[in-house]
Design a binder for this molecule. Structure first.
Ligand SMILES: Cc1cc2nc3c(=O)[nH]c(=O)nc-3n(C[C@H](O)[C@H](O)[C@H](O)COP(=O)(O)OP(=O)(O)OC[C@H]3O[C@@H](n4cnc5c(N)ncnc54)[C@H](O)[C@@H]3O)c2cc1C
Length: 502
């Protein structure tokens, strides 16, 4: 694979894909299968995979550490699962990581019974299920419900639930803290700062294929490596951060990268993440985007979820597979500089000597700036206090992800905020830009799937769908000129000399 383009002058390709994550690679894989040859992927960073990034603890790649996606959500009708089965990616045989709570304590060391946290969790789950049912009802009966946040609705229902149980003040306060922990966990599922931001009426728009979550024993990058192995190596160019897409010229699209390279093509499949587009759409597109597209980019949102891995010689102090800590807070706002760690909703044992915890939103973004040793020290203090054990060692190593600071991601995954509509705005995110009656810029990526947004499955499906759209347009005969040009270009590249008879 080429890393830096040697030739800064304009290059022409039939299709250019921007981004080499799950969506971009799935599009390239589909185009290759459909027999297209003039395809180029422009990747802004130095690596493939985007928000799929597996590091390994061992040489044999059997102990993966997922920095990004980890679960393949659901199996029925999930093309990622079907591909994994068809290509015999090994299935995970061990325990699948889950958000189940093992031990639960408060930050001052009070043990919280499983009955109590289960009661709160089960109530929360039943509210989530109502929300999903509500969305399906709205869809069937075409009855839009006014936009309000999940948190607001759930707080009200939870208050009624507490009142009807006639709890004493202490139990009531503990349950509210448990509820706050559950809200924080849900920010990890949704990829947002707070459940105050997430639309109640739209929450149920998010779906997963039916069936259990799966993990690959060698990590989610197995998928990325497979897709990459199926396309020509010279299709991918690294460090080509796209800065501008000139999309309404007569018969082609012109792409300019930050390094000055210019590429021209007939169609673009843009898989730039929503958060990157939010930051750059004004300069990214020339001419300016139509208002419906701008509205979709502005209304939809993508937040930050980061992971922190803590390494130890041994994990003697950690009982069971997971630890949930509830903090002295009954509300959403934290004094970030002093209390950022109170957003961590769960610590999970991922290997005998490695813990993983999750952090979201502004607290995650703040944590991205901190020194990793400092993070280890703060969390050691938290463990010592909440597990009442002053001898807990500091971790030997800390790794935390920095998805927000990554200019090619600017966050983790998308969600539908209050005021947005999945039907309208995700649909508009996915809608192509058309010039001279042709779809010039097509959009793929997790944020463009109306039900599987935020997931690898959503990214994979949208990449494939947009590739098929391009294939359909190119083979519909009205594009024969471009086909001929790209075929001629391909011929020109072949180093071939006719042998003349003596
Ligand atoms: C911490 C975390 C945990 C997650 N857990 C799960 C999970 O368990 N299961 C699940 O299904 N999903 C999970 N996800 C979400 C999943 O990773 C994404 O939905 C999916 O990988 C997105 O794929 P994509 O192709 O749409 O975008 P990306 O993977 O982000 O690909 C976009 C590509 O475009 C490149 N790019 C960006 N801007 C430019 C530019 N201007 N020019 C050129 N290239 C550019 C990027 O470098 C990147 O390679 C998780 C994500 C994170 C961060």
């Amino acid at each position: 694979m080429s890393t830096v383009d040697q030739n800064p002058i304009s290059q022409y390709h039939q299709t250019i894909i921007i981004g080499c994550g799950a969506a971009g690679l799935s599009a390239a894989y589909q185009l290759h299968k459909s027999g297209f040859k003039s395809v180029l992927i422009l990747e802004g960073s130095k690596r493939i995979g985007g928000r799929i990034l597996t590091e390994y603890l061992d040489k044999d790649s059997l102990k993966p550490l997922e920095m990004g996606a980890c679960w393949m959500h659901g199996i029925q009708g999930n093309p990622v699962y079907e591909l994994a089965v068809r290509e015999k990616f090994p299935q995970h045989t061990g325990t699948i990581l889950s958000f189940n709570i093992g031990t639960c304590v408060d930050e001052n060391g009070l043990q919280i019974s499983s009955e109590l946290h289960n009661e709160v969790d089960q109530f929360f789950e039943s509210l989530l299920q109502d929300t999903r049912d509500l969305f399906e009802y709205q869809q069937k009966n075409n009855t839009p419900i006014s936009s309000i946040s999940i948190q607001k609705v759930f707080m009200e229902k939870f208050s009624n639930f507490l009142n009807s149980n006639g709890e004493d003040n202490e139990t009531r306060s503990l349950k509210l803290k448990l509820l706050q922990r559950r809200f924080d966990q849900e920010t990890g599922e949704c990829g947002c700062q707070s459940m105050e931001q997430v639309s109640y009426s739209e929450f149920g728009s998010y779906q997963r294929p039916i069936g259990p979550d799966m993990e690959f024993p060698s990590g989610y990058s197995t998928l990325i490596r497979y897709l990459c192995s199926q396309i020509p190596k010279n299709w991918i160019l690294f460090e080509q951060f796209v800065e501008n897409i000139l999309w309404d010229t007569d018969n082609h699209v012109k792409i300019t990268c930050a390094n000055g390279n210019i590429y021209e093509c007939n169609h673009v499949i843009c898989t730039i993440p929503l958060a990157v587009m939010k930051w750059s759409y004004k300069s990214l597109f020339t001419p300016a985007l139509p208002t419906w597209k701008i509205e979709a980019i502005q209304k939809m949102d993508m937040g930050t979820v980061d992971k922190i891995y803590l390494f130890y010689e041994q994990l003697n102090f950690f009982n069971g597979d997971s630890l949930a800590i509830v903090y002295d807070r009954e509300h959403d706002t934290l004094d970030i500089k002093r209390e950022w760690f109170k957003k961590i909703f769960l610590f999970q044992k991922v290997y005998d000597n490695v813990l993983l915890c999750w952090i979201t939103g502004d607290e995650a973004i703040f944590c991205e700036q901190l020194d990793e040793k400092h993070i280890g020290d703060v969390l050691t203090n938290l463990f010592r206090k909440s597990l009442k054990n002053p001898n807990i060692p500091t971790p030997t190593k800390v790794i935390r992800t920095q998805w927000f600071s990554n200019p090619c991601a600017k966050g983790s995954y998308s969600y539908v905020p209050v005021g947005a509509s999945s039907c309208q705005h995700i649909h508009d995110l996915a809608k192509p830009l058309t010039a001279h009656n042709k779809s010039r810029v097509l959009f793929a990526g997790e944020h463009t799937h109306t039900r599987y947004y935020s997931t690898v499955t959503g990214a994979f499906i949208t990449g494939q769908t947009q590739a098929l759209q391009v294939a359909q347009q190119l083979t519909a005969n009205n594009d024969t000129e471009t086909l001929v040009k790209s075929i001629t270009d391909d011929f020109n590249k072949i180093q071939w000399k006719r042998e003349e008879p003596p």
